[in-house]
Design a binder for this molecule. Structure first.
Ligand SMILES: [Zn+2]
Ligand SMILES: [Zn+2]
Ligand SMILES: [Zn+2]
Ligand SMILES: [Zn+2]
Length: 385
C-alpha cells in the first residue's frame, strides 16, 4: 500500500508541472524519509542532464566543467556518430567499441546486431537492406588484369599531365633498405592511380643511396630492376608537376584551383611539400590512443579484405588508400559555411563569449558553436559534385 502510493506520486511528479513546494506538502503528510531520497534523485537527474555533452554524452557535475570540455573537444557534425543513440565519437575505432565491444553500450549493441554493418558501422532499416548493403560494402582485393601486369613490368612511367581525369590521385611506394644495417627506408617503387583505380604511373625508382637490403620477401625488388630505373629526383619532379597540374606550388597548400588532391598512407617523408590526405593521420581512422593504424589494418577493418601478404605491389596499397579516402569523402555530413575551428571566422568561437554566457547556454547551443579541429574529407566532395 505504502509503496504503490509512492510510485503514484512519482508518476504524478513526472507528468505534472507542480512546484517542488506542492510536492513537498503531498509527501510530508505521507513519508518524509522516502521523499528526501526521491527529491535528491530528481535534482541530480536534471542537473546532470543540463551538464551532459550533446555530442559525446559525457556528464559533468558543474556547467563550467561542460564548458571547459567543449572548449577542448572540437565536437562537430564530422565526427563518426552512432546510428542508434546519436553519440559522437572521436574515431571509428571508438565507435566500433561503442557498438561491438568489448564493452559496448548494451542497448545500441542489441539493435546493431541485426541492423548494423560491421565494416562501415552504418545502421540499416531492416536485416534485408543490411544484406544488400553489405554486398556492396565488403570489397575484395580486385585486380586490374592485364593493365596491372604490364604495370609490374614498369611500362607506365610516362606520367602525362593529360592523363587522369579525376581530381584525387593515390600514391604508394615500396621501400628497400639502405644504410649499414639496411634499416634506412629508400623508395624503390612508386605507383599512382586515379579515383577509378586506373594506373597513371608505375615505376621502379633508383634510390640516391646504395641499397644494402632489397627486402625481397616483401618488395620483390631485385638489383637488376633498379639498375636502369628512373632516378628518385627525376621521379619526384615528375610527380610534383603532375600534382600541381599547372598551378604554382604555393597554391597547392590552399585547396582549390586545378591542383590534384594527393591521397596516401604515411607518405610525409617523401612528399612534405605537398598537400596530402593521409589515411595514417586522418583522426577518424586513427586509434583511440591517437596513434596511426597500419594500412593493412584499415583495409581489413574498413574495406573488408586483406592486403600486404607476401610480395607487395604498391598498386594494392594505392587501391586500398583510394578506397578509404572515397569512403570517408562520401560521408553525408551537414555542410556549414565555416567548418573548421581554425577558419578565421571561427577562431574565437568560444573565446568571444563570456564565461557566464557560455554557462547559460544549453548543451545543444554549445555544440552548435563548436567546430572540427581537422579537415573532414567530406569537404572535398564539394568539388566532385
Ligand atoms: Zn563531449
Ligand atoms: Zn565531414
Ligand atoms: Zn549508440
Ligand atoms: Zn557497410
Amino acid at each position: 500500500m505504502h509503496s504503490s502510493r509512492l510510485s503514484q506520486c512519482y508518476k504524478y511528479l513526472a507528468h505534472s508541472t507542480i512546484s517542488s513546494s506542492q510536492v513537498l506538502s503531498i509527501f510530508l503528510l505521507k513519508s518524509l524519509d522516502k521523499f528526501i531520497d526521491i527529491k535528491v534523485e530528481i535534482t541530480m537527474d536534471s542537473e546532470t542532464q543540463r551538464n551532459k555533452c550533446a555530442a559525446c554524452y559525457r556528464q559533468f557535475n558543474k556547467k563550467e566543467h561542460l564548458v571547459e570540455h567543449m572548449r577542448i573537444s572540437y565536437h562537430s557534425v564530422h565526427e563518426p556518430m552512432c546510428g542508434i543513440c546519436g553519440k559522437r565519437c572521436r574515431s571509428f575505432e571508438s565507435l566500433r567499441d561503442h557498438l561491438i565491444g568489448p564493452l559496448p553500450k548494451v542497448e545500441c549493441e542489441r539493435v546493431f546486431r541485426d541492423h548494423g554493418c560491421t565494416i562501415c558501422l552504418t545502421v540499416l532499416n531492416s536485416p534485408n537492406s543490411l544484406r544488400v548493403h553489405q554486398d556492396r560494402c565488403q570489397l575484395s582485393r580486385g585486380n586490374n588484369g592485364v593493365l596491372h601486369r604490364f604495370a609490374n613490368m614498369g611500362i607506365h612511367d610516362d606520367l602525362r599531365i593529360d592523363s587522369g581525369k579525376t581530381r584525387a590521385v593515390a600514391l604508394a611506394c615500396k621501400m628497400v633498405g639502405g644504410g649499414s644495417d639496411g634499416s634506412l627506408d629508400l623508395c624503390a617503387r612508386v605507383c599512382i592511380i586515379d579515383e577509378y583505380e586506373n594506373i597513371l604511373f608505375h615505376s621502379y625508382v633508383k634510390p640516391q643511396l646504395p641499397v644494402t637490403n632489397y627486402r625481397y620477401e616483401t618488395t620483390g625488388v631485385r638489383p637488376e630492376y633498379l639498375r636502369d630505373a628512373m632516378p628518385l629526383r627525376h621521379v619526384q619532379r615528375k610527380i610534383q608537376d603532375f600534382l600541381c597540374n599547372g598551378e604554382p606550388i604555393w597554391k597547392i597548400r590552399s585547396r582549390g584551383g586545378k591542383a590534384r588532391i594527393l591521397v596516401g598512407h604515411g607518405l610525409e617523408h617523401d612528399m612534405k611539400c605537398l598537400e596530402l590526405e593521409d589515411t595514417a593521420k586522418y583522426p577518424p581512422l586513427m586509434k583511440t590512443s591517437k596513434l596511426s593504424n597500419s594500412l593493412k589494418y584499415l583495409t581489413k577493418s574498413y574495406l573488408g579484405y586483406d592486403i600486404q601478404n607476401g610480395i607487395q605491389d604498391p598498386y594494392d596499397d594505392c587501391v586500398a588508400t583510394m578506397r578509404l579516402y572515397r569512403r570517408m569523402r562520401s560521408q553525408a555530413h551537414r555542410m556549414e559555411d565555416y567548418p573548421l575551428a581554425t577558419d578565421s571566422q571561427n577562431s574565437n568561437n568560444f573565446a568571444s563569449w563570456r564565461q557566464g554566457e557560455l554557462e547559460r547556454m544549453s548543451p545543444n547551443e554549445l555544440l552548435a558553436i563548436s567546430r572540427s579541429d581537422y579537415y573532414c574529407w567530406c569537404l572535398d566532395s564539394k568539388d566532385v559534385a
